[in-house]
Design a protein around this ligand. Structure first.
Ligand SMILES: C[S@@+](CC[C@H](N)C(=O)[O-])C[C@H]1O[C@@H](n2cnc3c(N)ncnc32)[C@H](O)[C@@H]1O
Length: 306
């Protein structure tokens, strides 16, 4: 099989995933990147990695750095990097088993896997890779494919708590994609940690894309709890000073967030936090308002230093 001909794409559905926005974002990428003059790519809030996968296969990048504060997510990326064959074998076995079961047994199987994942959590060392990570990764991908809305959500104890999703025939093991992802991850440094861990990797030859948890556009639409770490306004401002630091080092920077002006036209939070940078508003068909009548196209902010 010619692995390089297969495009790697996100393998997890992730809250705040940017797959739908890429066609808009690509118009705002720096010329130096599209002309092949930047050779490093950094994404410190990697999530499902929609832009990472797009950029990795479009441009001439030699080294990648991805990180996230969510330990389960980083465990998954590292397992795919280190042992994709064992992962595929485990996932295929789960897939075969699942598809042989009746719908009510499928549901039981889902909850048994979920229970096991949560039960084992306290014994996992998230700081150093071990073989048990691969089985946990298979469980996470399986749950992500079969749970309600296909999301990854954890409670305050870090336990996965999404209910069963009742999909007719979910694809559980996307083997070719996992191979292509693993191949790309061989050129990628993967780290667990706060967004600032990328600092030493960033130089003037680097493009950095920041996709932090959204600043909630309204109290009801608040959807920032990806992990037990809250991302409040003070953290948004800490990120803005980190942005200024990397700007001084000569890197090209792009950051996205929800536009507070969607709800309150007078809000100047980002204008104040990112003075002297370029702010563009991009239309997004994002549906995060639980009130159906208020759903619709809203603006997404892009903040660039070029
Ligand atoms: C909007 S999501 C990223 C979505 C991603 N761009 C995609 O396309 O799927 C934000 C991510 O930030 C992570 N996060 C939250 N606080 C963080 C922090 N202080 N440092 C690094 N990552 C953080 C969350 O775990 C989550 O994966």
């Amino acid at each position: 099989m010619q692995l390089t001909t297969i495009k790697a794409k996100p393998f997890l559905k992730w809250a705040g995933g940017k797959a739908q926005l890429i066609e808009h974002f690509v118009h705002y990428l720096p010329d130096e990147l599209t002309l092949g003059k930047l050779h490093r790519y950094v994404e410190p809030f990697i999530g499902g990695g929609a832009l990472f996968f797009h950029i990795a296969q479009m441009y001439n990048i030699e080294g990648f750095f991805i990180s996230d504060v969510n330990e389960e997510l980083i465990l998954v990326y590292k397992s795919i990097q280190k042992d994709v064959e064992s992962l595929i074998n485990l996932l295929k076995a789960m897939e075969r088993k699942y598809h042989r079961l009746s719908p009510s047994r499928q549901k039981e199987y889902f909850y048994a896997v979920r229970f096991q994942l949560n039960e084992n959590r306290s014994s996992v060392d998230f700081t150093s890779y071990s073989e048990v990570w691969v089985e946990r990764t298979a469980q996470i991908i399986f749950l992500n494919r079969t749970c309600f809305n296909g999301l990854f959500r954890v409670n305050s104890k870090g336990e996965f708590n999404v209910p069963f999703g009742k999909y007719k025939n979910p694809l559980i093991c996307a083997e070719d994609n996992l191979h292509a992802v693993s191949e790309l991850l061989q050129r990628t440094e993967i780290r667990l940690g706060d967004f600032s861990v990328c600092e030493s990797f960033v130089n003037s030859d680097t493009f950095v894309y920041f996709d932090p948890p959204y600043r909630p556009i309204s109290k009801t639409a608040s959807f920032t709890s990806y992990s037990k770490y809250d991302f409040d306004d003070a953290t948004q401002l800490r990120l803005a000073s980190f942005y200024r630091l990397l700007d001084r080092n000569g890197a090209k920077l792009m950051l996205s967030n929800s536009d507070p002006k969607n709800e309150n036209p007078k809000d100047r939070f980002f204008e104040n936090a990112y003075k002297n940078f370029y702010i563009e508003r991009v239309k997004a068909n994002r549906m995060i308002n639980c009130n159906a009548e208020k759903r619709g196209a809203i603006n997404e902010l892009l903040i660039m230093n070029y």
